[in-house]
Structure formats: structure tokens, C-alpha cells
Write a protein that binds this ligand. Sequence first.
Ligand code: MG
Length: 551
Amino acid sequence: MPNFGLDLWYKNAVVYCVDVETYQDGNGDGVGDFPGLTWRLDYLAGLGVTCLWLLPFYPTPNRDNGYDVTDGYGIDPRLGSPGDFVEFMRQARMRGMRVIIDLVVNHTSDQHPWFQAARSDPQSPYRNYYVWSEEQPENAHEGVVFPGVQTRTWTYDQRAKAWYHHRFYQFQPDLNIASAAVRDEIRKIIGYWLELGISGFRMDAVPFVIEHTAGAMDGEAPPLRYDYLSELRTFLSWRSADAIILAEANVEPGHVLEYFGKGDRLQMMFNFWANQHLFLALAREEAGPLVRALDALPELPDMGQWANFLRNHDEIDLGRLSTFERQEAYQAFGPDPAMQLYERGIRRRLAPMLGGNQRRLELAMSLLFSLPGTPVLWYGDEIGMGDNLSLPERNSVRTPMQWTAEPNAGFSTVPAEMLVRPVVDDRTYGYRRINAAAQQRDPGSLLNCVQRMIRARKEHPEFGRGTWRLVDALGPSTFAVLAEAHKEATVAVHNLSREPVETALDLPRDTVRQLSEVLSDQRYPDLDRRSGRMQLDGYGWRWFRFGTYGL
Ligand code: MG
């Protein structure tokens, strides 16, 4: 039934992350671009995507996949012109699709005019945009984000004759959030893109943005300025009432609510905590780690929402698991050291991690679409794309989208050696075998399964905006989650094990009698309405709705 509550669109969004550079080349120069992405909007609309998240597309020396920005108001000319961007926005809007973009304000590129001015002249108004130290700080080698690649967080600049702070690579000097002028610049950037029609931001590296490095005493951890998140939110909401900020913040459950406030800070946060425990659960083929992880999370304020994901454009970060648990996950999904990265993660795509097993991939997708929160897909995972471990660091999972079996996977018409990155061309995950066109023709494909899941998820908005709870189920491998809103309720049941199970949900008998199946991995015999017993094949999953609300 229609309801006239707040339209919290992000709670029922289906978010799809694209890197413009590797999605579709529209002008035949080997680099993905906005005209190419615009052309592919019909594919995305057909899949059921309602919100695109664009990785950074700003002018950049491109030493960190565009996260080293030289102009927060521009479009990287390789990816198109401002005109191409506006036309893309118009075409997305025509299809009812929202767009959120990456907001990178923890740091700039060292080539940014601000940093160039700051290092050249101690009297420059831009000097204080960055964090400097006259002496080498004692902790110059601590707190690196990319261990194994990055060795320090303070670097001496000859020109400036001072040390500058950089939480990430040394070519990414950190902005000084304590400076009112920097906070003004950030507001101006936010306001600019909102005027161009975007619906919000995926905010990069939030815990580092709010750390007040300049205010730290020597050897102390920098204090975190959570109040800055309230300031940002107030500005955002006055400029555009329904715009959101989705935080990249991999934090312990005890710190989560600081980011949401009382509903007056950020609206969404990636659920890194659930993500790593989900993979531990998949590794063990037991529900326990995921159940305990969800139980440990606090209840969010009404406006707050988790963003769930399986894989993203980075390594999968297992840093919140214990050493022993992380080893279990490595063993299952990335045993070769070449598959691991930064002493905490795995730089593989979802499909190779799960052994290319379509049943297991569908199980993972069913978890993604039924966990409490909003699902976020990484481009190419809907067709089970593979990775290229010969590419450095995280570029392994950033290869061009595989559209067809044609040369270059239909991504571009240039000779292969001119591509921005090589297409995956191996025997198992190569584009001749794994591509969107072939899967569209195959009713049993992963792509079509994901599309059906998205449709079912949209038909049951309680998944996104409802209250949720875990339901006890018979057997250690069974995971069941129930969502309800506005007198509608749905329960999704999963078998994380490769072995078939018979299970039963711990629900009142009257409730069980009303369950009717919405979607499943295969046709099952009806569940036994008296005992509530039901079958699940190895890696099987079944979604049920309650015929009439009766809990
Ligand atoms: Mg191009």
C-alpha cells in the first residue's frame, strides 16, 4: 500500500559503481568516457539499477585511479567534456536514475594548484590548506594506509623546506580540515556538483578527513572532529533536501553512531564490518560469523542506512578480523601471496574468490540483496568477471567491462595495446566466455539471476526501509533474515554450505503457515506448513513473503 512517510530514496536504491575510465569507450581512444557510459545507461536501467556511483572523474595525474585530484570542479579530459557530463546527467535522469559521485577531500594531488602554491611560498594563503611540520615528526613512519607500498605518512618537501602530512601515498598531501578556508572550499565543491543535478556523494576516507592532525600533540593519535560531519550535513541538506552522503568508513561497531549522529550527520555508511564477517562465514560455510557481526552493530537512527557490498574497487579489507580468522579467509579466497595486498586484504574479484561457482555467486548476491541496508554492486560482478593479478595493487579488479565476445570485449575499438588497461582474456574469465551479451541471451545466467533478484527486491521495499531481525534457523549453515515495514514482511533463508540441508525457521506456527515463496535458486517442494521444515540445496537460497501480515 502507498504510504506517505518520508521518501528516503536511498533506502530502496540499487546502487551500481562504475569507473568511467573502464566502462565503455565512446570515442575510440581506448579510454572509457562519459559518452560511452551514457550509451550503456539502457543496460543499467534494464538490470534495475536506480543509482549510479561514479568513481573520481576529475582532472588528475592518475597515479591513484583518479583519487589524486588536481581540480575538484573539472572533468578529466580523457573521460569527456563538461558538456558530455551534463548530457550524461540528463540521460540518467530521463531513466529515473540518480547519480552520486566520489567526494575526495581528505587530500589533493601534489600537482593541485593549491599544493603548488603552498609549497612555493610560506606566506601563501594556501600554505595552511595542508598540514606542515618544520621538524621531522616522530611518527613519520606510522599510520600508513598502504603497508608494503607506502613507507611513511610525512614527507620532506625541498621547496617548502618542511614536512607535509599524507595519510595515503606521498603524492597525496592531506588537506588541513582545521582551516576554515579549506572547509569553505569543500562546501563550494559540494554545492557545485549539487547544482549539476547529482543526488549526493560517496565520501572517501571519512575517518581520515575528520582527523585533526594539526591539533595532535606529538606522538598522540589525532582527535576526530565528528562535529564536522554535522556541519557538512547541514550544508548539504540546505542546498539539496534529499541529497545524501555515503561514508567510506571502516570502523568498529562502537564508533558507528558517531558517523550517523542522531540522524543529523551522514545518512549512509558502507558496512565493512558485515562485509568481512560475511566472507568469513562463506569461508567456514557457517552462518555464525555473520550472525555475530550483525548482532554487534548498533541500531541506526531513522535516517541512517547501511550500504552493503560484496566487492568494490579496492582490495577486500579483512583488517577487522582476528589474525586467525583472516588466515581462514585468505586460505579460502586468496591463498597465493600475489592475491593478497596491504597485509590485510585480497585483491581479487568476487567470481574468482568463489571459484567461479555460479551457485555460490548467486548465494552471495542473495545475501547482498537481503541483508539490512542498500545493495551496492561493483560493475562486472553481475556477470561474474574475473581479475588480472599481473596488474599492480588494486588495478587487478579494475579491468574493462566485458560487454561482448568481440575484440577488446566490446569495450573499445582501438588496437589492444592502446587500451587504458588490458581486458581479461584468460581461459576461465576471459571476455569470450564471460560477457554481458552472452548472458543476456541465457535465461540461466548469473546476469539474469541478478536481474530477477533486483526486481524481487524492489517489489519488497521492506528489505530496504523496514526494521529487520535475524531469525534462528535449524543447522549451523543456515542464515535467515526477516524484514518488515508497513504490514509487509519478507524472510530470506540461505544455506552457506555446499551440502544440502533441511532446516526450519524459529517463527510462530501461524506465521509459517502464511509463508509464500517469492524467489529461490531452484524449484523446491513446498515447505511443510505444520513443522515449518524446508529443503535447501547446497548454496541454496529462498525468499518468502508473509501472505497476510501476522507476526
Ligand atoms: Mg574514450
